[in-house]
Design a protein around this ligand. Sequence first.
Ligand code: AOS
Ligand code: ZN
Ligand code: ZN
Length: 397
Amino acid sequence: MTTARFAQIAPQLEGQAIELPSWAFGNSGTRFKVFGSPGAPRTIEEKIADAATVHRLTGLAPSVALHIPWDLVDDYAGLRSYAAEQGVALGTVNSNTFQDDDYKLGGLTHVDAKIRQKAIDHHLECLEVMAATGSRDLKIWLADGSNYPGQADLRGRQDRLADSLATIYERLVELGPERRLVLEYKFFEPAFYHTDVPDWGTSYAQVVALGDQATVCLDTGHHAPGTNIEFVVMQLLRLGRLGSFDFNSRFYADDDLIVGSADPFQLFRILFEVIRGGGYGPANPDGHSDVAFMLDQCHNVEDKIPGQIRSVLNVQEMTARALLVDRDALAAAQEAGDVLGAHEVFMDAYQTDVRADLAAWREERGLPAYPMKAYAESGYQQQIEAARVGGTQLSWT
Ligand code: AOS
Ligand code: ZN
Ligand code: ZN
């Protein structure tokens, strides 16, 4: 592909925004071990400073998602100002009903009304946080499920989930028409027999019952191996209910590895469907889209800040390649029944190396041509390793 072709799609790269998860900067690991990383943040402010560093070097990550209670502070308005000073905004608020003993057998689906109410109240608290931070989205991922056949009444749990979500949604709507409830699905883990929101269909059914301000979050690591994720993307966009992505890569289950590292072609196929379905912001005539791009990753063995830089660059690179698909030629080949011709048009774009064009594109905008190299040379890593001594490093477990 020529640089001239890149120049045609370059305007559509303008304004691409990928939200970073605050938890990606803290220590993380597996159930076997969490490794401490020198320089890992001890406060939410330090996480935000790290996220702002990713944005400064890439221009791609203007907001940070919060997780409650991991990012609990007394003054969210103050945190919002701090983030703004650093050059980023506070984004999606994620709830947490998976780290409290009370939720061992469920949260929003629990048989005990008191525990259900506690889980609902937690979400109402998240909504208050959103009011102070100016966040648009409340993202709900539920660990609710069961481990053994017969353990739980699957239908009863689904009905209780609908009731609990309706209470949360009612309050969300009061906060304004721009707010959204985004319901994430995941096919297993931590529950191993059944999960209460295991798939896009269940999430879709639940959000449609709530109303227009409820949408689905698609985490790329939350499907059975072999699932055609881009088909799900297409369908949710077609139905007008794709709210957001949690991007990451997986080899086996919910690996939360760097997006685009395990299967770059899958990322390309997903982004192609997003663009084709009108879900990509700058490609829309009104200049914005309702589909939020977020990362949901953990950097267990690699440095966290360059891990996030690599991730947003991977998304940008595959977005550029997906934009390069010659849609007219593709449609013509499809309509003519030219199977291999259509496939070739698709693959031509995928096989295009856009790295040099993107480096030049960055330089034109006053960004470093090579953000990974710029980070390595910036001294930021050494600086945080020297400065962040004492205190307790934050960890997501
Ligand atoms: C859990 O598997 C989900 O992917 C969540 O979106 C996310 O990882 C979690 O909220 C962060 O703990
Ligand atoms: Zn997720
Ligand atoms: Zn996950």
